[in-house]
Write a protein that binds this ligand. Structure first.
Ligand code: GAR
Length: 184
């Protein structure tokens, strides 16, 4: 059984970096953003990269690559576009996972960290979930909470959240690949 994954990203790629550092085999990395720093991280690790700005083209090409590489799992790591319902439904259930910087169902969508601060939430955290056709609505796989301090800023909170993400995401991916984890 294949245990290959691919990563979709739009930005910095620090989660991709954590996944690579864990020794997980990444077959290719795709971005909608040609300037994403995550593409440089992939190239340095000798992972093939692809960029398509158009979402429909990206989905079409990724569908072909999934078959070509016999992928087991598609990992969204800071991919800031909503995949179409046609694309999501064309893949087996539980094939796509995402990481979100909040305790879902709280603070879905964009700017989750800002949303938590604006709402004076006492805590926030990280959620890893399966991707369905909604916005951050798929079944939750794992969550980890962190406390929000009075003097927290977007930057300070994001820094602490990313420490959690970089530990949690590679661990969950490993467990899914070894079939030790389905739902929580
Ligand atoms: C991560 O914090 C991830 O949780 C968030 O984007 C960041 C990407 O960081 N994702 C979302 O907000 C999805 N709605 P990275 O590019 O350094 O991995």
């Amino acid at each position: 059984m294949s245990n290959k994954i691919a990563v979709l990203l739009s930005g910095n790629g620090s989660n991709l970096n954590a996944i690579i550092n864990k020794g997980i085999n990444v077959s290719f990395v795709v971005s909608n953003n040609p300037n994403a720093a995550g593409l440089t991280i992939a190239k340095k690790a000798n992972i093939p990269t692809y960029t398509w700005k158009s979402l429909s083209r990206l989905e079409k090409e990724v569908s072909k690559l999934i078959i070509k590489h016999d992928l087991k799992l598609l990992v969204l790591a800071g991919f800031m576009r909503l995949l179409s319902k046609e694309f999501v439904n064309s893949l087996p259930p539980k094939f796509i996972i995402n990481i979100h910087p909040a305790i879902l169902p709280n603070f879905k969508g964009l700017n989750a960290i800002e949303q938590a601060l604006e709402n004076c939430a006492k805590y926030t955290g990280v959620t890893i979930h399966y991707v369905d056709e909604g916005i951050d609505t798929g079944s939750i796989i794992q969550q980890e909470k962190i406390t929000i301090y009075k003097n927290d800023t977007i930057k300070s909170l994001q820094k602490r959240l990313q420490v959690v993400e970089h530990d949690l995401y590679p661990n969950v991916i490993e467990k899914i690949l070894s079939k030790k984890l389905q739902y929580y």
